[in-house]
Ligand binder design. Structure first.
Ligand code: SF4
Ligand code: SF4
Length: 191
């Protein structure tokens, strides 16, 4: 749930759609978090990382897909280990009745970008989804941008920050990962 599309995103959630509720692909295809994003969420909510993050090993097909989508995902999943948001009954555990419980600035980067992303050659793209109300009937990505009250410049700023967090993820994630591994009973969930 991005920061700027509050109205359309609220309608989307009321309809039981929305990017914070998982579709058929479920947990298998969730994008990874960086350790810095986990720390920001923990500081903003007072929750322990284990309360809202799961460490797992996604299937090879998803790793390939993510790496082809953008090289930053390689840096976010060193050794094929992913930190992802915890899912409860098919929904992100941070989703409340009125939408995301996090302030916009504390949300994961990919939540703030969605339904947009950038290609490896830095062009803005829409991650097409039939579940996204902002995309329904839109004929051009600019139409989606307008419905979300978003600007390309702002998305570029968020994406640059995401890239810098990804670049420092591998070194900083070890402490967090060992904490999650302990909390999860010795091994990353799904390994
Ligand atoms: S963190 Fe917030 S915006 Fe992101 S998936 Fe969870 S509820 Fe949605
Ligand atoms: S799926 Fe699209 S319209 Fe729905 S909450 Fe997410 S970004 Fe907003």
């Amino acid at each position: 749930m991005p920061a700027n599309g509050a109205e359309i995103c609220a309608r989307c959630h009321e309809l039981g759609r929305g990017c914070c509720t998982l579709g058929a692909s479920g947990e298998r295809e969730m994008f990874p978090l960086t350790h810095s994003e986990v720390e920001v969420i923990a500081a903003a909510t007072g929750l322990k990382p284990v309360d809202f993050v799961v460490a797992d090993r996604p299937a090879a097909a998803f790793l390939d897909f993510a790496r082809r989508l953008h090289p930053l995902f390689e840096r976010c999943m060193p050794g094929g280990v992913r930190l992802r948001l915890r899912i409860t009954e098919g929904r992100c555990s941070l989703l409340g009745p009125g939408g995301c419980r996090l302030a916009a600035a504390a949300r994961p980067m990919y939540c703030r970008l969605y339904p947009f992303f950038f290609t490896p050659d830095n062009r803005l793209m829409v991650l097409m989804s039939p579940r996204c109300l902002a995309q329904e009937g839109a004929k051009h990505w600019r139409e989606v941008l307008a419905r979300m009250h978003e600007t390309e410049d702002n998305l570029r700023r968020i994406f640059e920050l995401y890239q810098s967090l990804a670049a420092s993820h591998a070194g900083g994630s070890r402490h967090l990962l060992s904490q999650l591994v302990t909390d999860l009973g010795g091994r990353p969930q799904g390994s």
